[in-house]
Design a protein. Structure first.
Length: 244
């Protein structure tokens, strides 16, 4: 064996180890990006307290071989949304549950003694790799609180039940199954102003989410590309060594 061959083979082994390490790191980036895509989210993610808003709940399927067949969403009643209307979704049955309020709520539309406490979408399906948006109209949003959490239970056709009910803790990492949270800002928006700003606000939120998801994908793809390049280089040098 030539001296050159002896010096090349350790280099080839080093490149191979590097390629494996890079591949593992790239796969880690991709896997870390997946949970962020699987959360149930609400859009917009903030709105003025006391205003009217159309809320869109984005429900993705995170199971590789099962359909989402039921979404059960709890509507908080400590600070009730007295007028909550649900938009029909093709293929899905909607069940709305209400409670009697201990203290009636008076708004510009009158006095309300009941409020929605739960919405159940069932009978349809969200296939693997797909999502479904569910919309509700809330009027007015609660006042006197800084946020509203819409805890949800997602049920799959294989019997798996995922509770999206975890609440964030300041200073701690994001929980594994966070509940969709709507932040309530101070002041009541003028209806005309809200109509003009609602779509841009929703678009900004979606754009921000897409940007972060896209960044994760790009990082993962770039890592895989580097790994493949390193493997190809190692293979080329191994063939040269064999030929020499």
């Amino acid at each position: 064996m030539s001296r050159t061959g002896r010096t090349r083979r350790p280099a080839v082994r080093a490149l191979s180890r590097t390629a494996v390490a890079v591949s593992a790191a790239a796969a880690g980036v991709v896997l870390l990006a997946v949970p962020a895509l699987a959360h149930i989210t609400v859009t917009p993610n903030s709105a003025p307290a006391g205003s009217a808003a159309v809320l869109t709940f984005h429900v993705p399927n995170e199971q590789p071989t099962a359909d989402t067949v039921k979404v059960d969403m709890q509507i908080p009643t400590a600070h009730p949304i007295v007028s909550l209307l649900v938009k029909p979704v093709a293929g899905w049955t909607i069940s709305v549950k209400t409670i009697n309020l201990a203290k009636p709520v008076v708004t510009d539309d009158g006095k309300f003694t009941q409020a929605v406490s739960e919405i159940i979408w069932s009978g349809g399906k969200i296939a693997p790799g797909q999502f479904q948006d569910f919309e509700v109209s809330a009027d007015p949003l609660p006042s006197g609180v800084s946020s509203v959490a819409f805890k949800a239970i997602q049920t799959y056709s294989n019997g798996v039940v995922v509770p999206w009910i975890d609440m964030p803790v300041p200073g701690q990492p994001e929980p594994a199954h966070p509940a969709p949270i709507l932040t309530l800002t101070k002041g009541t928006a003028n209806p005309q102003t809200a109509a003009l700003t609602d779509k841009p606000a929703s678009s900004a939120t979606a754009s921000s989410g897409s940007g972060s998801d896209g960044t994760a994908r790009v990082l993962g793809i770039a890592g895989v590309a580097v790994a493949l390049l390193a493997l190809a280089t190692a293979g080329l040098r191994r063939r040269r060594d064999s030929g020499g």
